[in-house]
Write a protein that binds this ligand. Sequence first.
Ligand code: 5GP
Ligand code: MG
Length: 181
Amino acid sequence: MPTMDQVNIKDKTFALSIPESDILQAVEAVAQCINRDLAGQDPLFVCVLNGAFMFAADLMKRIDIPCEITFVKLSSYSGDSTTGTVKEIMGLNKSIEGRNVVVVEDIVDTGITMESILRSLRGKGARSIRVATFLQKPDALQRDITVDYVAMQIPNDFIVGYGLDYDGYGRNLKDIYTIVK
Ligand code: 5GP
Ligand code: MG
């Protein structure tokens, strides 16, 4: 997809807010921190589908230490507002016992999803659990969770692109677009 000034998805209009070059620079910075912090620790990345697939792909290409990746699938959003309930659609199929886990998320908004992921990972014998998120909306956070790596912080507006969707669409956009009110 080329970069556009605006995109229409269903009934909504979105304007370009973060171009791909800025995204990739921020991903590179997170990768460098992880390469440094987790050197020699054989990290296991747990990518939270669907939204984090694109961030996870770009992040993994920049990880230069031995590591593994596995996937879990959750859903918490319907349309453009959070429902507050988190459903596990595809659980962990790999042991995290003794592993240094890095949860890879697209965005931490209220923190409800991340809190529930961390709750389900705890008690499974991981040596450590860290969180890497592509985006964070600090003004929306309602839970007491620690996010170890944040690529970019954004205002409390609905965005699409780079893996994030509006009603299933827009995940293929390589740039981030913000809803036009
Ligand atoms: P939380 O549970 O932290 O409120 O929300 C986390 C999930 O909501 C994210 O994994 C993401 O799927 C979705 N989400 C939160 N904010 C946005 C947004 O601005 N755009 C899109 N497309 N999804 C969002
Ligand atoms: Mg997500």
